[in-house]
Design a protein around this ligand. Structure first.
Ligand code: UGA
Length: 434
């Protein structure tokens, strides 16, 4: 099939590339000339494991092309995916300016049998808006489907190639069938292809992210309770997870969730509820608990040093909001770095991928280190934000030698508290008492 992918950001590029890999002819469109030129030369604007190889392969096979010519791409393709950015507006709702502009500009170029598909996470009702707007502009009905994406950064290719379900919202079953064909190569393991109304599909995306965020804020609140009451959240997690109604997944306590999805989607869902006269108490609480949780390392450091960090060197491991990405949007590390700088400490930071993005914000205020061990040189303490694999089994005796003070604030519970005591560290973690 011929597919135009409008918007070559994270979602658009991954989706377009994976569709090209399964034999479709995909034209990726973006208004950013430099990005398109870079992609033509094989330069991938984001870090995502496996993506670069796939882009190169499909480009070489001629199945994946890049252009800034929206009109030509839309004229050439029956399926037009919309994957433009929908950043949060000041009130938490999604800003649809880019999407609306694209809809208006592409309208005159749509083929008679075009199927427009939204892939960006958009407020419920956006599908209906596009449907009506196209009817108004063209004087005829165009098929507009919703196909939310459930990709995780760092595992996007794998998630796309092996989805646990595909959800599409359609007005006519025939449109569902066309999209089912497109996804058939990825559904070999009998995973379901679910068709529903556009509203339900749009809601599914928000509800999924809202529930996952709720699990995280819930377990973080329980971890803080464990800490006060002398319990260990890891044991409690094991204790509850065997009940299949509860399970183990997504119940790891930490420094709060970040990234471009959960914070934005929780707030957007709350904003939508408010627009409909509802009081989104749970979503508001999830968001508030998370904002507090992002301060957890700051509070622990504050308590340990009695608020005075002047002249202290604090090593920081992990800046990205999670491993296997360079994404620092809403990353808990930002809350910690702001605090350390405010208190007069010198952060010595390490991250396998995200340092450059952090440098763009903090410049020379931080010391950027090539290796995790280098970040420990002369440090009074270590604070861990992100559970990158190479932080899991460090050489503790080398750490002791390099560090000035032997204090660890572990925001991801990477180590066993009693072992850390044996190793001679003062060890603070989340929801566990030593
Ligand atoms: C999330 C969802 O997991 C995807 O299904 C969804 O498609 C995506 O948002 C999106 O809406 O586009 P992502 O933001 O890439 O994906 O990251 P996750 O791996 O879900 O992690 C989100 C945050 O939750 C991270 O900060 C992570 O550290 C935190 N987390 C996750 C915890 O603190 N504890 C857990 O047990 C799990």
């Amino acid at each position: 099939m011929k597919i135009a992918m409008i918007g070559t950001g994270y979602v658009g590029l991954v989706t377009g590339t994976c569709f090209a890999d399964s034999g479709n002819d995909v034209i990726c469109v973006d208004i950013d000339e430099a990005k398109i030129q870079g992609l033509r030369e094989g330069k991938i604007p984001i870090y995502e494991p496996g993506l670069s190889d796939l882009v190169l392969r499909s480009s070489e096979e001629g199945l994946l092309t890049f252009t800034t010519d929206l009109a030509a791409a839309v004229q050439a393709c029956r399926i037009v995916y919309l994957a433009v950015g929908t950043p949060p507006a000041a009130d938490g709702s999604a800003d649809l300016t880019a999407l609306k502009t694209v809809v208006d500009s592409m309208a005159p170029h749509l083929t008679d049998d075009a199927i427009v598909v939204t892939k960006s996470t958009v407020p419920v009702g956006t599908n209906e808006y596009i449907f009506r707007r196209l009817k108004e502009l063209l004087g005829r009905e165009v098929d507009v489907a919703s196909n939310p994406e459930f990709l995780k950064e760092g595992a996007a290719i794998e998630d796309f190639m092996k989805p646990d379900r595909v959800v599409v919202g359609v007005r006519r079953p025939e449109v569902g069938e066309v999209l089912h064909e497109l996804y058939r190569p990825f559904l070999r393991t009998d995973k379901p292809f679910l068709t529903m109304s556009p509203q339900s599909a749009e809601l599914t995306k928000y509800v999924a992210n809202a529930l996952l965020s709720t699990k995280i804020s819930f377990i973080n609140e329980m971890a803080n309770l464990c800490e006060k009451m002398g319990g260990d959240i890891n044991d409690v997690r094991r204790g509850i997870g065997h009940d299949q109604r509860i399970g183990f997944a997504f119940l790891f306590p930490g420094v709060g969730y970040g990234g471009s999805c959960f914070p934005k989607d929780v707030r957007a869902l709350a904003s939508m509820a408010r627009d409909h006269g509802l009081n989104p108490r749970i979503m508001d609480a999830v968001d508030e608990v998370n904002s507090e949780q992002k301060k957890v390392l700051k509070d622990k450091i504050d308590q340990h040093y009695g608020g005075n960090l002047t002249g202290k060197r604090i090593a920081v491991w992990g800046l990205a909001f999670k491993p296997r990405t360079d994404d620092i949007r809403e990353a808990p590390a930002l809350t910690l770095l702001d605090y350390l700088l405010e208190q007069g400490a010198t952060p010595q930071v390490h991250d396998p991928e995200a340092s450059e993005n952090i440098r763009a914000i903090y410049g020379d205020k931080l010391i950027y280190c090539e290796s995790a061990m280098d970040a420990l040189n002369g440090a009074d303490a270590l604070a861990i934000n992100t559970e990158w694999k190479n932080y899991h089994n460090p050489n503790f005796s080398e750490m002791r030698t390099r560090m000035n003070g032997h204090v660890i604030f572990d925001g991801r519970n990477l180590y066993e508290p009693d072992q850390m005591v044996e190793q001679g560290f003062t060890y603070h973690s989340i929801g566990r008492t030593v």
